[in-house]
Design a protein around this ligand. Sequence first.
Ligand code: SF4
Ligand code: SF4
Length: 448
Amino acid sequence: MLLEQISSSGIVGCGGAGFPTAAKYNTKTEYFIINAAECEPLLKKDHYVMNHYAKECVQAIADVGELLEAKQIVIATKAHYTEEIQALENAIQVLHVPIKLFKMNNFYPAGDEQIMVFEITGRTVPPGGIPLDVGCVISNISTMLNIYRAQHGKSVTHKLLTITGAVKEPKILEVPIGTSFTECLTLAGGATIDDFMFINGGPMMGKTGTKEDFSQQVVTKTTSGIIITGKQDFIYELLEKEMPQVINKARSSCIQCRLCTELCPRYQIGHPIHPHRIMRHLTVTEIPDDIDDDPIWKEALLCCECGICETIACPMGLMPRQVNIYVKHRLAEKGIRYQKKEIPLTPSLMREYQQVPPVKILLKNGLKQYADLKVNELCKHETNVVTIPMKMHIGAPCEPVVQPGDQIKAGDLIGKKPEKALGADIHASIDGIVTAVTTSITIERSAL
Ligand code: SF4
Ligand code: SF4
């Protein structure tokens, strides 16, 4: 029943890539872990959810824990989120549910699922594996709010997100999926600078874009935040650099200091990933056609793209993460995946002394000026036009089930996941008339 509600509501993970939640929960597990760490600095959406919807989330967590037959249900958050912890503890007490809180240190990337599994259980997910390999299922706290709403008959139609940075009124927005970023910026009072760029997501793992790209963006099921910023050197460099430049700079300047490897969180939990070796490999060889025969290139597949190596570690301003992403694409073109290995893994003894405080990230990225902005006011807004992409999740794009001219209501099914494929159904987010159907569906309220 619950699994069917989750599936028919179109829920995907709110924490990142948008893995379809019903597919994730089609299993049993020892640990059910809730990621409530919100580890990317500046983002406050999960804080808001914990403070204002603690009871709803805790109820959904307990219900999913039962569905998964979990022996341990744990909410992992940061020890200094005192208000949020209080709200969760109150909800756990009122509802009398067997849920524990795990309080983490303030480091990045505390919310990486494999790091979280390691912190809570001491287990390392095997290289190329998933948390379920060590008896864990992880979901984001905001996903739990969507599950609670699904239990009460509501599909995923709206999205909570943070808008902050160089805006007049930083805030939490709740808007229909498909709302334009331009409209979100207007809701935040507009930008405080003319020549801005933006980050879709957090400062470390979000996608950067120019002012020109901004008007093309819409809120999706996985949009966690919009950060408006000036052309800070480091972020802008990431956006502007072409891959040949990145590779040439790596070839000419890598001093093989190993800092990228020492600070890599996946290396620290014992995975055989050594970004400095990949950088060295790049200096002595072109990426060959038979790339799959080379174990060093394949290490790139273990990279979670957290960005520590290039934002924090490298003293030469090089970009091991970009190199890894490039190598991953080359391997993906050949259909090469990392073969999961059950090998002995030795976590780094230095791990606890090498954790990266989020403030360091803001200093390096030039975003420190936004660290103390108050982002706790909610603005709920209903728009007149939405453009809803048919792919907002991992898996196959949805197939449209409406046509131009159809009159629909918020919550109606507009995109169906292909039979037997991984995916999640998509629903209309406003009442209106369908005015275009391509890889997205446009709905206009004013056309009613
Ligand atoms: S981005 Fe860099 S630090 Fe992060 S996992 Fe990949 S190699 Fe390691
Ligand atoms: S940290 Fe930079 S210079 Fe040092 S090994 Fe890694 S890429 Fe090379």
